[in-house]
Design a protein around this ligand. Structure first.
Ligand SMILES: [Cu+2]
Length: 168
């Protein structure tokens, strides 16, 4: 689906660029308004510089996107179900360097599925909701023991809703 959207977007961009090209080619010669004639060179240089900067920034920042989509086929599936007050996660051991698709749901009330690295920094989170399956895709880059904490107050023993994922 995403590749169709990409192809359609590219075709439409080519059409828009062709229209602009045609309009520029068929417009009358530039006749600058007298009061701004002295800044014409500066303005043209600024415009060209901004175009180059925009291309460099777009190429530099957008190339890795959309990440994970092409790797979806060999993703490991992990199911996680939150209930008062524990997690049921299967499998709890996952490989390092392979995309993992977490399918997260809740059994009773809303919970928050938050995954923390061994240093205690949160990596990602999603809601664990009864009747819904939320998906998160993540690739662990380092082995270790990662902690799963509930991120939404779900009752008396919410603070103890802790589990782990082994990345090997
Ligand atoms: Cu909770």
């Amino acid at each position: 689906m995403q590749s169709y959207v990409l192809v359609i977007s590219l075709l439409l961009m080519i059409v828009v660029a062709a229209v602009f090209w045609w309009v520029v080619g068929h417009s009358a010669a530039n006749a600058e308004h007298e009061p701004i004639r002295h800044v014409e060179g500066y303005r043209n240089g600024l415009f060209r510089g901004l175009v180059v900067l925009g291309i460099v920034v777009a190429v530099g920042t957008l190339r890795p996107w959309p990440y994970g989509v092409s790797a979806a086929d060999d993703a490991v599936i992990v199911t996680a179900t939150g209930s008062q007050w524990s997690w049921e996660i299967a499998p709890q051991e996952v490989p390092v360097g392979r995309p993992i698709t977490f399918k997260v749901t809740g059994d009773d009330v809303n919970h928050g599925f938050g995954v923390y690295d061994p240093d205690g920094t949160i990596l990602f989170q999603t809601q664990a909701m009864p009747g819904y399956v939320n998906q998160v895709r993540y690739t662990f880059t380092k082995p270790g023991q990662y902690r799963v904490l509930c991120m939404e107050y779900c009752g008396l023993v919410h603070h103890d809703m802790i589990d782990k994922i082994e990345v090997k």
